[in-house]
Design a protein around this ligand. Sequence first.
Ligand code: OAD
Length: 256
Amino acid sequence: MSNLAIPAALIHAIRAARRVVVLTGAGISAESGVPTFRDAQTGLWAQYSPEELATPDAFQRNPKLVWDWYAWRRELVRNTEPNPGHRALVDMEQRVPTFTLITQNVDSLHRRAGSRGVLELHGNLFRTKCLAEDIVVKTWEDSGETPPRCPRCGAWLRPDVVWFGEALPAAVLAEAEAATAQCELFLSIGTSALVYPAAELPFMALGRGATVVEINPQPTPLSRHASFNLRNAAGDVLPQLITTVWEDKELRRPRD
Ligand code: OAD
């Protein structure tokens, strides 16, 4: 992998940061083979419409279609592995005094890579809850019916993920916002920065004077506000960032 040009000022900012927040999106899982949402050809929203699959109305209209789509995504993710980008963030977590990983992803790949205390803003594909009671259900009878039914009340079960139009888990969002308000360095990795309230977080960090870095091969609405833009794949640049910041001491001091 070629040596990417990482500005020395960024290397020093990362070295100096004691409180770091990372926000990830589907792009960090792309190199594991998990489709993103908005990439033109391969994105999930290029093939399906969010309104048909990722909204409460869609589930009411066609619960079997929605349940089967998430079952397909679970099976797809089960057959993937965390990639060097996920693993570099586990490494970074060990080296930074206060590290908070916030993700919009529902694929569990950060946890499988070894990240601890991941703040999952949009829920998790592998958790299921009762539609009526809004309580997680771990086991249920396989009656062959799709979607399966809640063993307690008989209502349909649904994925414990946030659908469009639904509120994010309040405690998780509050913790993400609190960490963002305190951080000196905020990395926005593999997200199109289009979906709120997650997309608000880097702007909140900027407003508090933090250094904001975007890692994304494509520009996003955040790019022109970010302190640094690394136009690379996460799986390429994050391992190199770790090596350069924490293992390569021969670095030019930034020119005063
Ligand atoms: P998107 O598909 O909107 O954006 C993925 C971003 O990752 C794009 O900007 C790509 O350029 C970038 N990308 C692709 N490959 C990459 C790589 N190897 N390294 C780094 N970046 C790469 O996915 P999200 O921003 O995560 O929410 O979407 C946010 C939310 O919208 C999702 O959580 C989901 C979706 O609808 C809900 O369903 C509620």
